[in-house]
Each structure stands twice: as structure tokens, then as C-alpha cells.
Design a protein around this ligand. Structure first.
Ligand code: G3P
Ligand code: MG
Length: 343
């Protein structure tokens, strides 16, 4: 019958669309749920007129926890399933670097959690700033080291260890110490502490940052400085100290590598839900940060939806990076509008 044909047509359309969600400022603020986020996910998880699941992935510049731990936490907050196979944190694509580097300095995050992240990515020898301080406290003269920090650190004679790369995985919890240690390593002879290279460039080890956001929405009324602000500070110091620019690699939104990785995750999640591994024609990105979510999605040919629950607090649309599908008060309105358009 005609009703059935319309129904099948709609199912076909539904199977040709997917969403990519930013997390902070769209679905949650820190550990606090944005209620419309739960409702939006319920709809995509099958509570819609077709009773069909609409694939969605989570593409966050958030960081600092193993993927499984963060997914468990988000599942609890959102009351909706968040599976690791549909989940990308800023440092997730950096796991590929474990093929190239054995001994790495991993910076950022709470305590030693990023050591755990790096272990799961397959890095063989992981050093964190606390290991360095436990070996030589004079490296960071103003740092007060707690007993707990000492207990979880793994000191050894780092003057004999060659650090091959620096990986900033998450927000620094102590700018002064982390910047000192990073600058020491960048200026050293091939990543050896207690050395200073004569030429700042030829013996410099590479540095990677997991994302470049200047600001991050939190429970605080105004967004807080994030990894991008830390990097800019570090670059300025490095330039002032050496006279040369710091070459670096940045991952996360809006970098191309992250969207390419997202494509892979998206198509395999399509396979999981619809039995066919491919990219849908209509992809919607819902984000709160024009400078990462929206610019990246626009460049990548996605339909971009900017919401007002996070970093963006402007007028009709962002002036520099306008969302091409529209600006919405919250994620639920964005999802409903996209579904109305497609189905
Ligand atoms: O900027 C830091 C990070 O917490 C932002 O996460 O989910 O908004 O990409 P998200
Ligand atoms: Mg966000």
C-alpha cells in the first residue's frame, strides 16, 4: 500500500543519515547532564516514529581517561548507552603513534591516568612528569610533591633515558612544572634530561598535542582555558628562549586527521547498526564551539548545527565560522530539525 511505500522510503532515508556529537557543552557540562541531550539520544536510539536506530558517534576534544572508563561514566550521566566503538576522544587517534615511538613523555590529566591511556594505546615505555620530579626535584623548583604523588611515580636515572617524543594528552594540572619539563626536553640533546643542545632545531624531539581548543565549557559561568591556551603559552616561551618557532602537531577537532578517523568509526558503526559498512550521505555534527566543531564539520562537508548551551554565546550565527545547518537553543532542537528535514 501507499502507506507502506512511504514508510519504507522513510526507513531508507533514515539509514542514510548519522550524527556526530560533541560532548562538553552539548550533552554535558563537566559531570552534569544537559537534559535535552538525554532526550536527543533516546530518539536516535529508537524512540522515534520509525522505531529505528539512527547511528551516531561521539567526537569529543575531551581527554584524560581511558576510552572505556569515560564511556561508562557518560552512559551513567546520559542514561543512554555510549559504546567505545562509537566514541573518539582527542587522543584516540594518537594510538597510531605507538608504532613509531617507544619511550614517550605523556603530559596532562589527573594523576597518572594518562599513563594508563598510553599503556592501552600500546606505548612500551611511558614517562610522566611526576616520574621526572621524583628523580630530580630541582627540575621544578617550586613544585610541592605529595606522598601520594611520590607513591605513584616511577623514578629512574633519566639522564640515561632517551625520550623520543612528547605527547600532551590532556590539560596540564600544573603549568609551571609541565612547561619547565617540556621546554627542558625540547632544548635537550635528542630528548635527554640534563643536556642542552647547541642547535635548538636539529636535535629536537617532536611534540604532539591532542587538541587545540582555547576554551572549554565547564560548570563555571565562563569557559575555562584549555590545551590550546597551554600550547600557545609554551610556544611563546620556547620562541623567547630559543629564537626559533616550535614545530608541532595538533590532533582533535578541527584537524583533518581527526575527521578522517571519525569517518572510519562512523562507517564501522553503520555496519554495526545497519549491517552495511559505509558512510551515510547526510552527516550532522552538533557542536557548541564554532572554532573547532563547526569549522571542522564545515570543511569536511558535514551539516553543522551550533548550539547555545556551551562556548558559543553570540547572535544569529557565528561570524567567523557560521554553522551551515543552523543555530539551535540546544541539541534536542538540532536533532529534531535534522530528522524533520531528512525523513
Ligand atoms: O576543550 C576541551 C574539551 O573538554 C572539549 O570537549 O566534547 O566539547 O569537544 P568537547
Ligand atoms: Mg564542546
Amino acid at each position: 500500500s501507499q502507506v507502506q511505500t512511504i514508510e519504507t522510503e522513510k526507513v531508507k532515508k533514515a539509514k542514510n543519515m548519522a550524527f556526530a556529537f560533541d560532548i562538553d557543552g552539548v550533552l554535558v557540562h563537566g559531570d552534569r547532564l544537559i537534559p535535552e541531550g538525554r532526550k536527543a539520544l533516546e530518539i536516535l536510539n529508537g524512540e522515534n516514529e520509525l522505531g529505528i536506530k539512527i547511528p551516531h558517534i561521539f567526537l569529543t576534544n575531551g581527554s584524560g581517561k581511558p576510552e572505556q572508563a569515560r564511556c561508562d561514566q557518560l552512559t551513567k550521566i546520559l542514561g543512554q548507552p555510549v559504546h567505545v566503538d562509537q566514541f573518539i576522544q582527542s587522543h584516540t587517534p594518537m594510538s597510531a603513534l605507538s608504532e613509531y615511538y617507544k619511550t614517550v613523555l605523556v603530559v596532562g590529566g589527573e594523576g597518572y591516568k594518562c599513563r594508563e591511556v598510553a599503556e592501552q594505546y600500546g606505548f612500551k615505555d611511558i614517562v610522566v612528569p611526576n616520574d621526572i620530579i621524583a628523580w630530580d626535584p630541582t627540575i621544578a623548583p617550586y613544585r610541592v610533591f605529595t606522598d601520594e604523588e611520590r607513591a605513584t611515580s616511577r623514578p629512574r636515572d633519566f639522564s640515561n633515558v632517551t625520550i623520543e617524543a612528547i605527547l600532551v594528552f590532556s590539560d596540564s594540572r600544573d603549568y609551571a612544572t609541565d612547561m619547565q619539563i617540556i621546554v627542558d626536553l625540547l632544548r635537550s640533546e635528542n630528548g635527554r634530561f640534563h643536556t642542552m643542545a647547541k642547535d635548538p632545531v636539529s636535535q629536537r624531539i617532536p611534540i604532539y598535542f591532542s587538541q587545540g581548543d582555547l576554551l572549554c565549557p565547564t560548570e563555571h559561568p565562563y569557559p575555562r582555558m584549555s590545551q590550546g591556551a597551554f600550547r600557545i603559552g609554551l610556544e611563546a616561551m620556547y620562541r623567547a628562549l630559543t629564537g626559533v618557532d616550535l614545530e608541532r602537531v595538533v590532533y582533535g577537532k578541527p584537524e583533518m586527521a581527526t575527521y578522517k578517523y571519525a569517518d572510519e568509526v562512523m562507517s564501522s558503526w553503520m555496519g554495526e547498526l545497519h549491517g552495511e559498512e559505509r558512510l551515510p550521505e547526510n552527516i550532522y555534527m552538533v557542536g557548541d564551539n564554532p572554532a573547532s566543531d563547526i569549522i571542522g564539520g564545515n570543511m569536511y562537508g558535514w551539516n553543522t548545527c551550533l548550539v547555545r548551551t556551551g562556548v558559543f554565546q553570540g547572535g544569529d550565527n557565528d561570524e567567523n565560522n557560521p554553522a551551515n545547518f543552523g543555530v539551535f537553543p540546544n541539541v534536542l532542537e538540532a536533532v529534531q530539525t535534522a530528522l524533520r528535514k531528512q525523513l
